[in-house]
Design a protein around this ligand. Sequence first.
Ligand code: HGY
Ligand code: MN
Ligand code: MN
Length: 410
Amino acid sequence: MSMVDPVRFAQLFGNLRQRGKNDAGTWRVAWTDEDWNTRYWFEQTCRELGFEAYTDAAGNVWALWNGCSPDDPGYVIMGSHLDTVPAGGDFDGAYGVVGGLEVLLSIRDYCTKYGVKPRYNLGVVGFEDEEGVTFGNSLFGSRAVMHEWRPDDLRQLASVDDRPFTDAAQQYGVTLDRIMAVQPPNIVQYIELHIEQGPVLWDKGIPIGVVSVVAGRQQGYVRFRGKKNHAGTTPMDQRQDALLFAADAIARLNAAAKRHHGVGTVGELKVSPGSPNVIPESVVASFDIRAPEDADREAMFQAWSEGLLEGNVQFSHKEASVPMDASIQQTIRESAESLRYPTLAMPSWAIHDAMIMARHVPTGMIFVPSAVGVSHAKDEFTNPADCVRGVEVLHETVQRLVLPGGAHHD
Ligand code: HGY
Ligand code: MN
Ligand code: MN
């Protein structure tokens, strides 16, 4: 029987989890040396494990096994992202990449030992810049693989400190021309294993989530204009305080989210001139609006953006909700049930590379519980038993997809 090896998985995952980590959390932010040293490490590790391993023109790292050689019926790809948010957790993304590598190893070793020829080739990908925290280009690597980027989209991207995305990417050899020319393997299905990042599975005590839809998101920046003046001498009724306008917008976003069954967050504020004794003349605030139903998200954004005081939306990127493939969802459910693991069908409130892949190939997502629902923080944690259960369900699912006659149980 092809089995996952929990010890091998724990060793690989333990190695990755330490990379870019300090007391405040994990700092494998895209387009930094921490991120790219991790990519080189992962590529080298996969090569040493006997796979065709490479980093593509957009920074995505691939490990491929063409077990069907010489014909190429296409690849079933597992994976997630290797980058993190600043001071993030060490499960978000990394868990799915290493879980995929463990399944790739288990199935390759099984097929090699018993001379079994899979129906599809198999591989793992570690996407680049899923988080988009610096340049607002989330899901960057998967969009590059699926050729969703246009050069102008990327030319206009810049950090809050006005550093162009192209400048940062070029530092790692990633140029616009190369991004446009990414040559991915022939992907026929994509399965992403990921932590839930929320409290639902943890609160219900259910070990496996079968993702039904990845919630859409509208994200961007609003600039509020005020009038710079003296904090002491300016009477309260003669102020144009940009930060007060922003504060009003933050409170109203919170109310709109509750009213429209969504979530709304302002996670970033840049106040100018940023001196305690000067009334702010300009504030740039980020916004992040999500809901599984597109109509709810649109209504939320509309209700909120109509009432902005002295503010206008500078940049906004919208991603519609994307349903996961129904038959892959069923395969995941059956796989978990064959292992006697209860499952819960559920939306993903976090966005994932799976929402890009699902627009092009049949795609599924498997969730495991996040302890106390915490994520994007250093105490992000999933207990080892839950981690292994998720890898086993991914393994069982992928066996059913690629092995002749489905999963093998001697
Ligand atoms: O923001 C998100 O939902 C994801 O973690 N990038
Ligand atoms: Mn993630
Ligand atoms: Mn994340």
